[in-house]
Design a protein around this ligand. Structure first.
Ligand code: NAG
Ligand code: NAG
Ligand code: NAG
Length: 362
């Protein structure tokens, strides 16, 4: 071998090994960069302040509220708007997962809402779903960072205080999937100006499916990454947390999520077919046992909760006028007391409005 070809060989080996090192994918510890997924905001509202997680947490939430994604949210929604947005979130999520063939089902407060009337309860602030291990593998492998677009007619909240009921929720159609190609060049979403947000709401909404790369770590010690994926409404920043139900290898009968919830495999599977918010949805097999364990037996009986009464005729949670009246009188009383006692105001005044606790009302 001549000196020259020896040098060439060494150079070639060096080059290849550099390429190899370069090709090893870096585990990105943060959710996708704001500038790559940006819609209409001019700045990222994610909480990037110093965190105790030591940079281990993948998903980040908005500075102003932990139920919003700061890359897409500029503000907190009003109550009626939030309720409406949550319903669209779960409708589109169920539809999309059905289309993509990922096994998912509803849990916790969402399941309780299903039990009563197949809808989100008016006071709920989030949606709980779980996916199977094969479900998350499927989503991570083929659908990470996909954007799903749904046609949605005009929002019904309109006037202040109007509360969208079961009949006014529009039928969502579409479910077009755009694949965010590699993300280097960003999503193919036009630059939105704030005034276009309303337009966006009227015509269609886009949802981003983002999977946490740490879903692969099945240890409950990975406490900063208990959420395995998110279904994010790109026009409001509200999202659904997706958690994987995992098999405990040393005890396959007891399954768990990284958020430390444990379940008997037989309580979840086989899943049952039902409907939620008008969409085909799966629910855990032993739903009533699960609900009673989590919320107590009265949660399936008691018809007064969070200032609402369940009206059997219309099968809906309606605002309880007695409760509203009690709150008003209570506030009045407290105001009077405050006036006579003249306590020095230290911090913020205590809010007088207090919701009755779950089971001692009535
Ligand atoms: C999903 O894509 C984001 C953005 O590219 C990336 O940071 C993340 O690691 C991906 N998740 C998985 C499971 O590969
Ligand atoms: C999972 O996460 C925990 C906590 O961050 C860490 O100690 C552990 O090494 C991780 N396991 C794997 C397989 O990466
Ligand atoms: C898995 O099962 C073992 C044995 O029953 C138990 O000690 C362990 O805590 C379980 N792990 C999880 C994450 O539930």
């Amino acid at each position: 071998m001549s000196v020259l070809s020896g040098v060439t060989l060494i150079l070639a080996v060096l080059f290849i090994s550099i390429r190899l090192v370069h090709a090893i994918p870096q585990l990105q510890k943060r959710d996708a960069d704001f500038w790559n997924v940006r819609t209409y905001l001019t700045e990222d509202n994610s909480d990037r302040g110093p965190t105790p997680d030591g940079g281990q947490k993948y998903f980040h939430e908005a500075k102003f509220h932990h139920h919003y994604d700061g890359r897409f949210a500029a503000r907190e929604l009003l109550e009626a708007e939030r309720h409406y947005t949550l319903r669209l979130l779960v409708k589109t999520y169920l539809r999309a997962m059905d289309d993509l063939g990922a096994e998912t089902w509803i849990m916790h407060g969402t399941l309780l809402g299903w039990w009563w009337n197949g809808h989100i309860m008016p006071w709920d602030t989030d949606i709980d779903v779980q996916v199977s291990e094969s479900g998350i593998e499927h989503l991570a492998g083929y659908y990470n960072m996909t954007v799903h677009q749904f046609q949605i007619p005009r929002a019904p909240w309109g006037e202040e205080g109007s509360s969208p009921d079961g009949t006014t929720l529009p039928h969502v159609s579409g479910g077009t999937v755009e694949v965010a190609s590699g993300l280097g060049g960003g999503l193919k979403v036009p630059d939105y100006k704030p005034e276009m947000m309303e337009e966006e709401r009227v015509q269609h909404r886009r949802y981003l499916l983002e999977i946490n790369p740490f879903y692969k770590n099945d240890s409950i010690a990975d406490k900063w990454n208990v959420i395995d994926g998110r279904w994010i409404d790109m026009s409001t920043g509200l999202f659904i947390d997706i958690t994987t139900l995992r098999t405990n290898i040393s005890n396959p009968k007891i399954m768990y999520c990284k958020d430390k919830h444990r379940y008997l495999a037989d309580d979840i599977f086989p899943l049952r077919d039902s409907k939620f918010e008008g969409e085909p949805a799966k629910i855990p097999f032993a739903y009533s046992q699960l609900l009673q364990e989590e919320y107590g037996p009265l949660s399936l009986i008691w018809k007064m909760f969070m200032g609402h009464k369940f009206d059997e005729r219309v099968k809906q949670w309606l605002i309880d006028p007695d409760w509203a009246d009690r709150v008003r009188r209570n506030n009045q009383r407290l105001r009077l007391l405050g006036a006579t006692r003249r306590r020095p105001q230290t911090s913020k005044p205590k809010t007088a409005l207090k919701e009755p606790s779950r089971f001692n009302d009535g």
